[in-house]
Ligand binder design. Structure first.
Ligand code: IPE
Ligand code: IPE
Ligand code: MG
Length: 256
């Protein structure tokens, strides 16, 4: 075993299987800076970012995470130069096509959240085929947030709740947290307990605002193409060392 594998394995063994987060969400950031550091074009940074996705997915699967959600393209990312946007869309299609057999063999269910209607038609249909093919898989759900932003999602939820009220299907007084959650793109998913962001930025950038109400946040300076299972395990270990109080006092959550 080489040194990285040994280190990774040592971290993995320290993880308490009974307290692994069910859902981890990741803001994959730093592809452009990684490319610049290596004297490459930004798009090559994105291409190398696929390795980070593989590592995160493998690591999450190994420790029993059941939901992994990756922020792959935000609503705001449409405003990047068009050649970068086009390259990202191409890369997405190619990656889904190339990885699909392996995802399926590993019982990965592929899912996507976001304004999928805004994706190029070929991209959308590739994604939909892949989701259909993997729909029966149960080991882990890999959700790609694509053309996603939390404000887009909340506006859409407000509209759909208002429509239900207008149609007499819903009493406004009956609207509660469950109603809102059920109108989000993440309905049927547990909320993420752990949110990771790479590249040293410490912000949320319009990701899962409702769902991360009580998530633990973990930031690392590692740039996304350099993200390895080791980093995922570090994040999970850090998560397990924290006391999650949910508004209570320490004695209430860990009785003596
Ligand atoms: C993250 O890397 C990938 C996407 C947002 C699509 P960036 O492309 O944002 O990389 P930096 O932040 O410019 O380094
Ligand atoms: C957030 O990264 C979006 C994704 C990772 C897809 P950005 O690089 O777009 O975020 P900002 O602009 O630094 O906030
Ligand atoms: Mg960025």
């Amino acid at each position: 075993m080489d040194q990285l594998n040994e280190r990774t394995e040592a971290l993995r063994l320290r993880i308490d299987a009974a307290r692994v987060p069910r859902h981890i969400a990741i803001i994959m950031d730093g592809n452009g800076r990684w490319a610049k550091q290596h004297g490459l074009q930004r798009v090559e940074g994105h291409m190398n970012g696929v390795r980070g996705v593989r590592e995160a997915l493998t690591g999450a699967t190994e420790i029993g995470v059941t939901h992994l959600t990756l922020y792959a393209f935000s609503t705001e990312n449409w405003n990047r130069p068009s050649d970068e946007v086009n390259a990202l869309m191409d890369l997405l299609v190619r990656t889904v096509v190339n990885e699909l057999d392996e995802l399926h063999e590993n019982s990965v269910r592929l899912n996507a959240i976001g304004d999928l209607d805004s994706l190029p038609p070929g991209c959308r249909s590739t994604l939909e085929d892949a989701m259909r093919r993997t729909t029966g898989n149960t080991r882990i759900t890999l959700t790609l947030a694509l053309s996603y932003s939390a404000r887009w999602e909340l506006v859409r939820a407000a509209r759909s709740i208002a429509t239900a009220v207008r149609n007499g299907e819903l009493d406004p007084d009956a609207i509660d947290e469950r109603t809102v959650a059920d109108h989000l793109a993440t309905r049927n998913m547990p909320d993420p307990e752990l949110l990771i962001r790479t590249s040293g930025e410490q912000r949320i950038s319009n990701f899962l605002l409702w769902q991360i109400a009580y998530a633990e946040l973990w930031f690392t300076p590692v740039l996304w193409p350099d993200f390895r299972r080791e980093h995922l395990f570090q994040a999970v270990l850090d998560f397990q060392s924290r006391e999650r109080r949910f508004g209570l006092i320490s004695e209430q959550v860990t009785p003596a």
